[in-house]
Design a protein around this ligand. Structure first.
Ligand code: SF4
Length: 462
């Protein structure tokens, strides 16, 4: 895409996690004029200015910006009503250190929270445009656990405790504001399982209409959790109880499970699906252990000499993302007891069982109206098509069919998600006077209306 854009005369700039980790690749393979490493929020203005002046730098090393400097997305640039939901980030970074995850290494382990006013203003703007489903696209929506507070309290110096308490208070302030927004709005997010030990937090989520959360369960056995450095999760029946706690507080769980861990055995696949069913999980994803760049798993795996020497179409397997998707290995590390194909087939079977028509229809009783149940079934099937078939299947015809189905289902679902725009929607009273966050283009301004003050609109457009 980058090369094609460049051929047509565009300035091509890459950013994001991958470009940050491998800044040379976009130039070698993607026609990049420039690469932004780190957070693009602040540096982007400089990049655009340099491109307009005709001399962008090769690399912009932007580092990590503070929460107050996060910029709202330019939703005004996207096709109107072309998306099912919008996404808004409220916090960046995660204090954990899971071995398969790059978030804590790229976004850092110190959570950076955006101001409540900036988040609410972006969400209000999105509701004005007709979005009522919003993903709070955070690395971890629950950055301060009760255990973190207890540990900090045991220290003689209470500075850290005060910092953590302030961070937690801001989370509650944010949820209290979300609760004031129109009651047709629905939020969902990503969260660690420890939130289930914190009933006050779950109650605040319910009041804020945060109806769903992706929870990284990863493994259902203590050995599996040890494999991925996720000892803070529970296993077995304790895990079932903890996951049910979300549901008791009105938060539906999308459970994420990893297959292909060294401790996995043939029985693990069925045991995992059974646990997901017993735990009242509403959605599930079963992913294959993949060494993603930037993770501990990747470093260990890439350091093994045989992996350097394995080539597919001349590309070392340690750069697996450069291999055409249909030729890429599905499982990267030899497993002590199962072949790669067996892991792949058993993983596919886990998807098939969890998303069978009967199971999906049974789970759809979480909603009451027929329209909502149909939406639930469509979303479940869409989810399965998008991830199970295209991510795991080796047969390219099946992948193509799945993509076609996913597109069709996606179009049908979009109409069920969007709502009538509410251009007159106001910010909650006490936040209205706060300055407009940088980067937001109010809808009213774009349409030539004048409800926002002129000075706010000018600041926003800048
Ligand atoms: S997997 Fe989740 S909990 Fe673990 S480091 Fe990544 S974001 Fe944090």
């Amino acid at each position: 895409m980058g090369r094609q854009a460049r051929e047509r005369g565009a300035w091509v700039v890459y950013g994001g996690i991958h470009a940050t980790l491998f800044p040379d690749e976009p130039r070698e393979h993607g026609g990049a004029h420039a690469v932004v490493k780190g957070d693009g929020d602040v540096v982007w203005a400089e990049v655009v200015r340099d491109c307009i002046a005709g001399h962008p730098a090769t690399i912009y090393d932007a580092g990590r910006v503070t929460g107050e400097n996060f910029i709202s997305a330019r939703w005004d640039l996207l096709p109107e009503r072309g998306y099912m939901w919008a996404s808004v980030q409220t916090v960046r970074g995660c204090p954990k250190h899971c071995s398969f995850c790059s978030v804590w290494r790229t976004d850092g382990q110190e959570p950076r929270q955006r101001t409540v006013t900036a988040v609410v203003r972006e969400i209000v703007e999105l509701r004005r445009r007709g979005f009522r489903f919003i993903a709070l696209a955070d690395d971890n929506f629950y950055p301060v656990t009760l255990e973190d507070l207890a540990q900090a309290d045991r220290r003689a110096d209470k500075t850290r405790l005060r910092e953590l308490e302030a961070m937690r208070r801001e989370r509650f302030d944010l949820m209290a504001e979300l609760a004031q927004l129109p009651d047709d709005m629905v939020f969902y997010t990503q969260i660690t399982m420890e939130a289930a030990e914190d009933p006050a937090f779950l109650d605040a989520m319910r009041a804020a209409r945060i109806r769903g959360a992706l929870v990284g369960v990863e493994a259902v056995t203590p050995e599996g959790l040890k494999d991925v450095y996720k000892g803070f999760n529970l296993a077995g029946e304790d895990l079932v109880e903890r996951l049910r706690e979300f549901r008791r507080h009105g938060v539906h769980v999308l459970g994420s499970f990893i297959f292909g861990l060294p401790s996995d055995r043939k029985e693990t696949f069925d045991a995992t699906v059974s646990l997901a069913e017993r735990a009242d999980i509403t959605f599930a994803q079963f992913v294959l252990l993949t060494p993603f760049p930037g993770t501990i798993d990747f470093e260990k795996w890439a350091a093994e000499s045989e992996n350097h020497q394995t080539l597919v179409d001349g590309v070392p397997v340690t750069r697996h993302w450069l291999i055409p998707q249909h030729k890429r290995p599905k499982v990267y590390s030899p497993h002590p007891t199962m072949s790669s194909e067996e892991i792949r087939v058993r993983t596919q079977a886990a998807w098939d069982r969890f998303y069978s028509w009967r199971q999906v229809w049974n789970r759809s009783n979480v909603v009451t109206s027929v329209k909502a149940r149909v939406a639930f079934v469509l979303i479940s099937k869409l989810y399965r098509q998008m991830y199970a078939n295209t991510g795991i299947a080796t047969d390219s015809a099946r992948v193509a069919r799945s993509t076609k189905w996913a597109n069709l289902l996606g179009r049908g679902c979009r109409m069920l998600f969007l709502a009538a725009p509410m251009p007159e929607l106001r910010m909650p009273g006490h936040l209205e006077a706060e300055p407009v966050a940088a980067g937001i283009i109010p809808l009213t301004t774009l349409k030539g209306a004048s409800r926002e003050s002129g000075s706010s609109a000018r600041r926003a457009s800048g």
